[in-house]
Design a protein around this ligand. Structure first.
Ligand SMILES: [Ca+2]
Ligand SMILES: [Ca+2]
Length: 357
């Protein structure tokens, strides 16, 4: 009935039309074979088995677990641990920690994320870069290869534990950071916070004394009392009433007690500041101490110093420099020898390099 009506309508309005034939049910698009993508079809790999792609098609490797949130993998293996957030890896998949700051250019980081500029040659293994890019070798402190591209810095601070480890105070060479007087050895170094001193092979129950001039004059005994003291402090019955420099600080330290005093501007010494400062540690016949520069207003740009050991009965030994008096010196001796540190900046003077006069 419907068929016959259509034919009659065609004949009615135009005789040249070819009659439409009858049609069967319409065909749909190709049949789904697994799980449909919601936005973009996969073009190169297997069907996603866990999570559907939401933004971009994978072109290199299939996702293994977690979907990338922002950037499609373009070349390497699939990420296995953490999704990259920015920027895109171009060569090798990260295995441990996602980069947050700089793009890897060739070698994957294995342990530590870079936070500064990108490495251009070898990968750092430790420690983390914080400032300048390496150009030839990985950072591990300060070494000869780095001096042309990195500013000099203070080395690692000694550990105040009563033991002097190899290289702990810098160059353990006589006349550098080490000075041996008879059978006692002194070690000295510093940073912006502390002056670090160690004495080896000395009875830690006996005192070690150090005088320091934070503003060496020329000649060193010139100037006035406002520049420091020309007379020392008596410890254990031994003292130097005449110093070869204008001292601003004297330190006395032994097992169980330590003090420092500062010049009072009129030729005398302050009351003792005892036990509350810095650090003291001993182990056997070795002692280590840290003297805070804050005791004299901060690290001086240059300084002069001398030091000695003293028994409980006033016997001076282990004196540094060795030109100082030793033995039972009494309380009116003259200490006219010292070391001059002309430049205390990183990479500057070594503490025991210049003994004067
Ligand atoms: Ca130590
Ligand atoms: Ca002075």
């Amino acid at each position: 009935m419907r068929h016959a009506r259509a034919l009659s309508l065609a004949l009615l309005f135009t005789s040249s039309l070819v009659a439409c034939s009858a049609s069967s049910d319409r065909e749909d698009s190709p049949v789904d074979t697994g799980v449909a993508d919601t936005a973009v079809a996969d073009t190169g790999s297997a069907i996603d088995s866990t999570v559907k792609d939401s933004g971009s098609a994978d072109t290199g490797a299939s996702d293994s677990g977690a979907a990338d949130g922002g950037t499609a993998d373009s070349g390497g293996a699939a990420d296995t641990t953490s999704a990259d957030t920015s920027p895109t890896d171009t060569g090798t998949a990260d295995t441990g920690t996602a980069d947050t700051g700089a793009t890897d250019t060739g070698t994957a980081d294995t342990g530590t994320a870079d936070t500064g500029p990108a490495d251009t040659t070898p990968a750092d293994t430790a420690p983390t870069d914080t400032g300048a890019a390496d150009t030839t070798v990985a950072d591990s402190g300060v070494d000869a290869s780095d001096t042309s591209t990195e500013a000099a810095t203070f080395g690692s601070a000694p550990t105040c534990d009563g033991t002097v480890a190899s290289g702990e105070y810098g160059s353990h060479v006589e006349g550098q950071n080490q000075y041996t007087s008879a059978s006692q050895s002194w070690f000295l170094t510093w940073d912006d916070t502390n002056l670090y001193v160690a004495v080896a092979n000395a009875n830690v129950a006996e005192g070690a004394v150090l005088y320091l001039d934070k503003s060496p004059l020329s000649p060193p005994t010139s100037g006035s009392d406002t520049s420091g003291n020309l007379a020392g402090q008596v410890y254990d019955g031994a003292g130097f009433s005449s110093l070869g420099l204008r001292a601003d600080l004297v330190v006395y330290v032994k097992d169980g007690y330590r003090e420092y005093r500062t010049a009072n501007g009129t030729g005398g010494w302050s009351a003792a500041v005892a036990n509350t400062w810095g650090c003291f540690a001993k182990n056997g016949t070795t002692r280590e101490l840290a003297i805070p520069w804050s005791a004299i207003g901060g690290r001086p740009a240059s300084f002069a110093f001398f030091a000695y050991l003293v028994s409980g009965t006033g016997f001076v030994y282990g004196e540094a420099p060795t030109a100082l008096p030793q033995g039972s010196v009494g309380t009116t001796a003259t200490a006219n020898a010292y070391f001059l540190v002309g430049n205390s900046a990183p990479g500057g003077s070594k503490p025991f390099a210049t003994a004067l006069p």
